[in-house]
Design a protein around this ligand. Structure first.
Ligand code: C5P
Length: 410
């Protein structure tokens, strides 16, 4: 295969590489970006260059690797020149230190100075030991930066880190980081939309310490919220209990039970559901709740116990039946343990029962937890089978279809 050609007019990404062992994956990130005809300008911090050499990046990117604000080979202000060329500044891996320095608005080296000067979006892919990520100082810095709508976070994810321990701190996979960059490079096409997204599990309390829940992590709904915001929409994310970080520019409302989710949705959508243009109902809403919540912790005994459960309202079906015209557009999810064709049959059943515009059907074994998903978009008279892709990519496909529905209906 010929090397893809990039020119000074190609979409341009500054790739900032900081001092983490995950820096070896930045080489793969650079390679993938170039395969997408993106021009990559590598910038290494001093410690980044201890993990991977500038020569490697220069060779792969066909552009000088920059490390020094005072680079004598460049006449002019290097940080301004790089920032002006970059459609996106990508920092991958981003250490706790660079995050702290971004949070302070420092500009005492090339990467911090050019990031402060960035004219477009900054994508940050943290990588560090889980205790460093969880440390209140790091979390404070992340929260500070989350107020800046231009900064987008990809990861970290739960997984093995350099010393073999497992936790939240591993850098997101290169493919997912690259998808976030590609997505940022497309023009915003949801500018005048308000999109409401539900995500995560709902949790039904049994007593003060026990609950009924499910294995949803919220990743799919968070991807929809992240991508909708990145594409210009105003986004309200109604999230069940999850550890995920709120995507940039997204208004988040945290809920616990199905009934909390229902009342928050009604609050956001208003009595005639006119408060949103589209609702993407990605939450795994619990179907049942205990008939009674015990005020005291239930005591252990030798005898079997019975837990009486009552059905939760089907929130989406309720909204589907309340809707008069085609607004808001309604998107449901169907996670099934069955495979095709039962999966599609069930999705079709839900489509008509809940009176929604389309259903994103996927198998529980694929959809839950991971970074990627494989789904079938089931409409009333068509089926769109999608290959396995990242959840952000799937989110874009769902949003593409939502846009198509509105323009189809004028
Ligand atoms: O019927 P099932 O639970 O598979 O339907 C899934 C879809 O319906 C999802 O979009 C989910 O968010 C929504 N749902 C709901 N209220 C419930 C159960 C599911 O809105 N009680």
């Amino acid at each position: 295969m010929n090397q893809p050609v990039t020119t000074p007019h190609s979409p341009t990404v500054v790739l900032g590489v900081t001092g983490s062992i995950a820096a070896f994956k930045s080489i793969e990130i650079a390679r993938l970006l170039i395969q997408h005809h993106i021009r990559v300008l590598p910038v290494l911090t001093q410690s980044g260059a201890r993990f991977v050499g500038p020569v490697t990046f220069t060779g792969i990117c066909g552009e000088a690797s920059r490390m020094d604000m005072w680079d004598p080979s460049f006449s002019g202000e290097l940080h301004v020149a790089l920032a002006s060329q970059a459609d996106v500044v990508l920092v991958a891996p981003a250490t706790a230190d660079i995050i702290a320095r971004f949070a302070q608005g420092r500009a005492d080296d090339l990467l911090t100075a050019l990031t402060l000067c960035a004219r477009g979006h900054v994508i940050v892919a943290p990588a560090m030991h889980p205790r460093m990520w969880a440390h209140p100082a790091t979390q404070r810095n992340v929260q500070t930066l989350q107020r800046d709508a231009r900064i987008e976070w990809v990861g970290p994810v739960v997984g093995p880190v350099a010393n073999g321990e497992i936790g939240l701190g591993r850098m997101a996979e290169p493919q997912n980081i690259v998808s976030a960059v590609l997505a940022r490079l497309r023009p915003p096409d949801l500018n005048d939309w308000h999109i409401v997204v539900t995500a995560g599990p709902t949790v039904e309390d049994i007593d003060p310490v026990r609950f009924l829940g499910n294995r949803s992590t919220g990743r799919m709904g968070f991807s929809v919220a992240r991508r909708a915001a990145a594409r210009g929409a105003r986004v309200t994310l109604i999230a069940g209990p999850t550890e995920l970080t709120t995507p940039a520019g997204v208004q988040r409302r945290d809920v616990r039970s199905a009934s909390d989710m229902r009342s928050t949705l009604h609050d956001v959508l208003g009595p005639s559901l006119g408060g949103a243009d589209a609702l993407v109902m990605a939450a795994a809403v619990g179907d049942y709740r205990p008939a009674h919540i015990h005020n005291e912790k239930m005591k252990r005994g030798a005898q079997p116990i019975q837990l009486e459960l009552v059905a939760n309202p089907d929130i989406l079906a309720e909204l589907g039946s309340m809707r008069t015209g085609s607004s808001p557009l309604l998107v449901g999810f169907a996670v099934e343990t069955a495979d095709e064709p039962t999966l599609i049959e069930h999705a079709r059943g839900k489509l008509s029962k809940k009176r929604v515009d389309f259903i994103v059907a996927n198998s529980a074994s694929i959809g839950f937890g991971g970074e990627s998903n494989e789904a079938i978009l089931v409409g009333s008279d068509d089926i769109e089978r999608l290959p396995r892709m990242t959840k952000d990519e799937l989110a874009d496909r769902i949003l593409d279809r939502v846009i198509g529905l509105r323009s189809g209906r004028g």
